[in-house]
Structures are given as structure tokens and as C-alpha cells.
Design a protein around this ligand. Structure first.
Ligand SMILES: NC(=O)c1ccc[n+]([C@@H]2O[C@H](COP(=O)([O-])OP(=O)(O)OC[C@H]3O[C@@H](n4cnc5c(N)ncnc54)[C@H](OP(=O)(O)O)[C@@H]3O)[C@@H](O)[C@H]2O)c1
Length: 206
């Protein structure tokens, strides 16, 4: 059985926490607000950001990308040896352009450079929170797209997602996060311009 830690008890953090519980994992949710962390999903253990130690082997960063540096700094060495999941769509919401630190090609590769002792997996950024929460997109199981350089890490993330009844596709190496992040940005643009519903967005058919 997996041990999964999720940073953030917002829309994605709560949805991923529920998926993780449904997969049979032991789930810790870390948030600045302990009550919000504990309420993220039935069956999770809530903990306070900056105080609690990470208990999971898989660590999901369900935070806005600008908060990643703070989490990485606060938990520094605790990420070593872990599978770290980057869910972010690093967007400047005033322009809807991708907003990455100088020199970074994707958020996922930025995280991997910051955490060289971790295995970074890009996941969950191309699925709106609603389709993760229901596990369904337009009548079919929600399909989560993954990218990572470490095959075992990628498989461990796919395994917990699929154990909860959703599906996954493998986009390849971590550098494919560059495409996933463009895809995620486009999906948001279509949502904010009311051309597609937040309850669906892009649907991958398997
Ligand atoms: N929403 C979607 O449909 C969707 C889809 C795909 C990917 N994503 C990505 O998922 C990530 C989370 O999005 P969301 O929609 O779940 O956001 P959200 O609902 O606003 O939740 C964000 C969470 O991050 C926490 N947080 C914010 N700043 C923090 C900081 N400096 N230090 C520690 N914790 C901090 C918040 O805690 P507090 O409650 O204490 O503020 C909250 O629990 C983002 O990277 C987003 O791009 C979202």
C-alpha cells in the first residue's frame, strides 16, 4: 500500500487526496490550515505546513506554482529519495502566457533541477479539478496525462490513479511537460473565455 503526502488542500489537493484514499493509500494532507487539511477528503490525516514532517513516499505539490519555492525551501532534504508530483499550470493570469523562472523550459523541469535527489512526475495539470473529483469526463473515466524520466516513479503514480478508477496515458519523458503545460494553459484559456465547461475541458479517449 502506498503512502502519499499532498501539499495543499485546495481544488486539486482535495481531489487528488480523495483519489489517493480511494486507491487504498495512507494519505497525509499538509496545508497552512490544519482544519482544511483534515477536511480535504474522508480518511486523510491533516497536518500543518512547516510543522509536520512528510510521511509519504509520493509527494504531490498541489500548490500554485509560485508557492513551490517556499515548499521546497521549507522541506528541503525531506524530498530526497521521494517521487514528487508537479501538478502546476505555471500561468500569468493577467496575460495567460506561461510564466516560468528565467531559463526554465517547464515547471516540472524547474522542480527536477531544484530537487536532484527526487524523481519528478508531471501529472494532473491537464485535468480540471472537477473531472478529478468525479473521476469522470463527459461520461468516460477521467484520463490523467503523465510525464517523467524515472519509469518506476511514473508507474507508481499511474498505479494509484488507476486503482481509484481513473485512467492514465504516458506522454513520455519529463521534458514532455513542456507540451502538457501548453495544453493545460490552452484548456484554461478555453474555460475562462466560456468556450468549454470547467466540468469537462479536454477529453482524452482511450
Ligand atoms: N483547479 C484546477 O482545475 C487545476 C487543474 C490542473 C492543475 N491545477 C494546478 O493545481 C495547483 C493548485 O491549484 P488549485 O486550483 O487547487 O488551487 P487552490 O484551490 O487555490 O488551492 C491552493 C492550495 O495551495 C495552498 N497555498 C497557496 N500558497 C501557498 C504557500 N505559499 N505555501 C503553502 N501553501 C500554499 C493553499 O493554502 P491556503 O488555503 O492556506 O491558502 C491551498 O490549499 C496549481 O498549481 C494549479 O495550476 C489546477
Amino acid at each position: 500500500m502506498s503512502n502519499i503526502t499532498i501539499f495543499g488542500a485546495g481544488n486539486i489537493g482535495s481531489a487528488v487526496a480523495d483519489i489517493a484514499v480511494k486507491s487504498g493509500a495512507t494519505v497525509q494532507v499538509i496545508d497552512r490550515n490544519a482544519d482544511k487539511a483534515a477536511a480535504a477528503a474522508d480518511g486523510v490525516t491533516g497536518a500543518i505546513f512547516g510543522e509536520a514532517a512528510i510521511t509519504g513516499d509520493i509527494v504531490v505539490l498541489a500548490l500554485p506554482f509560485p508557492a513551490y519555492d517556499e515548499a521546497i525551501a521549507a522541506y528541503a532534504d525531506q524530498f530526497a529519495g521521494k517521487t514528487v508530483v508537479d501538478v502546476s499550470n505555471p500561468i500569468d493570469f493577467s496575460t495567460f502566457d506561461l510564466a516560468l523562472p528565467e531559463g526554465a523550459k517547464s515547471a516540472a523541469e524547474y522542480v527536477a533541477a531544484k530537487l536532484p535527489q527526487s524523481h519528478v512526475v508531471k501529472a494532473f495539470n491537464t485535468t480540471f479539478a472537477a473531472t478529478l473529483a468525479t473521476g469522470e469526463n463527459d461520461g468516460a473515466p477521467t484520463v490523467v496525462q503523465l510525464a517523467a524520466d524515472d519509469e518506476a516513479a511514473k508507474k507508481s503514480v499511474a498505479a494509484f490513479i488507476e486503482a481509484a478508477g481513473l485512467k492514465t496515458v504516458d506522454a513520455g519523458a519529463l521534458k514532455r511537460a513542456q507540451y502538457l503545460e501548453g495544453y493545460g494553459a490552452l484548456q484554461i484559456i478555453l474555460g475562462v473565455t466560456n468556450q468549454t465547461p470547467w466540468t469537462a475541458g479536454f477529453k482524452v479517449v482511450k
